[in-house]
Design a protein around this ligand. Structure first.
Ligand SMILES: NC(=O)c1ccc[n+]([C@@H]2O[C@H](COP(=O)([O-])OP(=O)(O)OC[C@H]3O[C@@H](n4cnc5c(N)ncnc54)[C@H](O)[C@@H]3O)[C@@H](O)[C@H]2O)c1
Length: 373
């Protein structure tokens, strides 16, 4: 195995998730590359202290420039609030490092375009984090849709729901403020998850109407007081896309206020001859529609049939940490030129396309009109 030295900027929720995916890299079979976490940068000393448990992660700094000036680091993963994306991503590229960026890839469309342009000018390998399509059910839905066996596609629904924001006592963090999460709010937060598979299939909306909703106008600030919260929390996008020369309804859903849901990512593609439905609420289950003399919804348990093989038995069920690791396998193999036709991570162009959808959704909600892209 060839070692790839990784640095993480932002060791919060996602930074630690990535560190744990590297730590159990032995789960992957036949992998020619291995990520080795060498450095982490975070403003919070307690967060840096957590990384002491990772053998070899010896550079733990509050100033991310020190991480970038280490010539031994090959790839940098950045997981910081959205208002910091552009400056840090551009600094990573200027330092000559490859980048796995976090979504939404800049705080707004203009920022995403500047990052995309800098990435292509730099020649570095840049992708954007989006792990949910790496669930075996997501991969299968993609293959079925791409294979063309569904007949004329009638409808596509793709979404991401969670419910932790239903708790009015949840302390406000940076995701609750426009200045740090962005004007898009939940679009920025969850939109890549909803858009990634449709975009990979070439199904970008050509026009859309959106409905955006806010949640609680204020929350505890974590210091004994209250603070105003001003982001959109739920977004419904009703779009039209063109599939096989026909206009097809495409609904994209992003909700932080979805009663009962915990990180539920789902996709449903219905056609005249067949259909496919997958939700992480049933992580090993795929539903397939068949039209014959009678009509059937067939349920199959996919088990652990991931794109990148692991030591985990095929009868077991996959989860979030598994698809994070699968995404890293895709990133590192594509970087080596060894993806071999398998599903790759979201590209800078796809990230920009998500922002084009979000910008149109914001414009539609503001005008209460259908907006063309
Ligand atoms: N792919 C996914 O499923 C997924 C899930 C959650 C969040 N995210 C994305 O990950 C990113 C981070 O989100 P999170 O939930 O991990 O946030 P978080 O608040 O848990 O962590 C962010 C970290 O960045 C650190 N930080 C802030 N400014 C910094 C700076 N100048 N230098 C170094 N560190 C700094 C903070 O101290 C914190 O530890 C966002 O872009 C978010 O959209 C992705």
């Amino acid at each position: 195995m060839k070692d790839i030295s990784i640095g993480i900027i932002g060791g919060g929720l996602m930074g630690r998730e990535m560190a744990s995916a590297f730590a159990r890299w032995c789960a992957l079979a036949d992998m020619p590359v291995r990520p080795v976490l060498r450095a982490v940068a975070d403003l919070n000393p307690d967060t840096l202290a957590w990384f002491e448990r990772i053998p070899g992660c010896d550079l733990r700094v509050t100033d991310f420039q020190k991480l970038l000036s280490d010539p031994g680091i090959d790839v940098v993963y950045v997981a910081v609030p959205h208002d910091l994306h552009e400056n840090i991503y551009l600094d990573v590229l200027a330092a000559g490092k490859d980048l796995l960026a976090e979504k939404p890839f800049g705080i707004d469309l203009a920022s995403a375009r500047r990052i995309r342009d800098a990435a292509s000018a730099s020649g570095r390998f840049v992708r954007c984090s989006s792990e949910m399509p790496f669930f075996p059910g997501g991969q299968r839905a993609f293959e079925i849709a791409r294979g063309g066996s569904l007949g004329r596609v009638l409808e596509v629904v793709s979404g991401f729901h969670h419910s932790s924001d239903l708790d009015p006592d949840k302390v406000a963090n940076w995701k609750r403020f426009r200045r740090t999460c962005g004007e898009g709010g939940v679009l920025n937060d969850l939109g890549m998850h909803s858009c990634h598979l449709p975009l990979r299939l070439g199904w970008k909306p050509s026009r859309l109407f959106s409905q955006l909703q806010k949640g609680y106008p204020e929350r505890p600030d974590g210091r004994g007081g209250r603070t105003a919260c001003d982001t959109w929390d739920n977004a419904l996008i009703h779009g039209w896309t063109v599939i096989g020369g026909q206009d097809v309804p495409l609904r994209l859903e992003m909700k932080r206020l979805a009663p009962g849901a915990t990180n539920t990512w789902y996709i449903e593609i219905l056609g005249t001859d067949g259909g496919v439905r997958f939700s992480t609420a049933e992580p090993k289950t795929l539903w397939l529609f068949e039209r014959g003399k009678e009509q059937w919804w067939k349920r199959t348990e996919l088990g652990f049939s991931t794109a990148f093989k692991t030591v985990t038995g095929g009868i077991f069920e996959p989860g979030f940490p598994d698809v994070i690791q699968q995404m890293w396998a895709a990133y590192l193999l594509e970087r080596e030129g060894e993806l071999d036709g398998r599903f790759g991570c979201a590209t800078p162009d796809e990230a920009v396309a998500t922002h084009e959808i979000f910008a149109a959704a914001l414009a539609s909600h503001a005008s209460q009109k259908v907006v063309a892209l």
